[in-house]
Write a protein that binds this ligand. Structure first.
Ligand SMILES: Cc1cc2nc3c(=O)[nH]c(=O)nc-3n(C[C@H](O)[C@H](O)[C@H](O)COP(=O)(O)O)c2cc1C
Length: 184
């Protein structure tokens, strides 16, 4: 979205459907500039994703994107960050070789001397048992997206409604509280 014009060094559509285990409790961290270009990546993120540190720096964050994650989810993330709010989400990310890993992720603006200079993110291992329902949720959201003929913001509305129903059915009022409850 915000990163148009960049070409990732891999074919980000190629997937294996193999899940990579995340060992240890280290957060997988990255920082970006205001456009979502990676300026910092932790060794743990590099190890799990299979990208060398140098392959991540200077690339848009969507280098980690897995095609199963609905556009609506990232639209929501950017809406929150641009409004200077933090965003908590469950994310399925693609490794360099097409494998994937699920993480619960916190993203937030970096404020220096009262000015927003970029964004930071930390990803943690979620409880394994919640993955199947998130797989289903993302599938339902993507199906709703694919039926939309709008090309503006309106195309996200049905998938947002599906996400909100999912949150409420689990007894939460917002995505943040639901995501925080999923930490392993
Ligand atoms: C700090 C930060 C961390 C992000 N982390 C991820 C991530 O782990 N995986 C991901 O797919 N997108 C992540 N994004 C969102 C991407 O910038 C992008 O919006 C998303 O991958 C969808 O990209 P696309 O619309 O260009 O396909 C992050 C954005 C920011 C600002």
């Amino acid at each position: 979205m915000l990163s148009m014009g960049f070409m990732p060094p891999v074919d980000t559509r190629q997937i294996t459907n193999r899940s990579v285990p995340i060992t240890g409790r280290r957060a997988l961290q990255s920082k970006t500039d205001l456009k979502g270009i990676i300026t910092h990546a932790s060794q743990s993120l590099s190890e799990v994703s299979g990208f060398e540190h140098d392959e991540l720096i200077g690339q848009p964050q969507n280098i980690l994107r897995h095609p199963d994650v609905p556009d609506t989810f990232y639209h929501y993330l950017w809406q929150e960050l641009q409004a200077d709010r933090e965003f908590f989400g469950m994310v399925k990310n693609r490794c360099k070789n097409g494998d994937h890993y699920w993480v619960m992720m916190r993203t937030a603006p970096i404020i220096q001397s009262g000015k927003k200079v970029g964004y930071t993110s930390a990803r943690f291992l979620p409880k394994a048992e919640i993955i199947p329902e998130w797989e289903q949720l993302f599938q339902d959201m993507r199906r709703a997206e694919s039926k939309q003929s709008y090309i503006d913001e309106r195309r996200f509305k049905p998938a947002y409604q599906i996400l909100n129903r999912f949150i409420r059915r689990r007894g939460f009022n917002n995505l943040r509280d639901l995501v925080l409850s999923t930490r392993a």
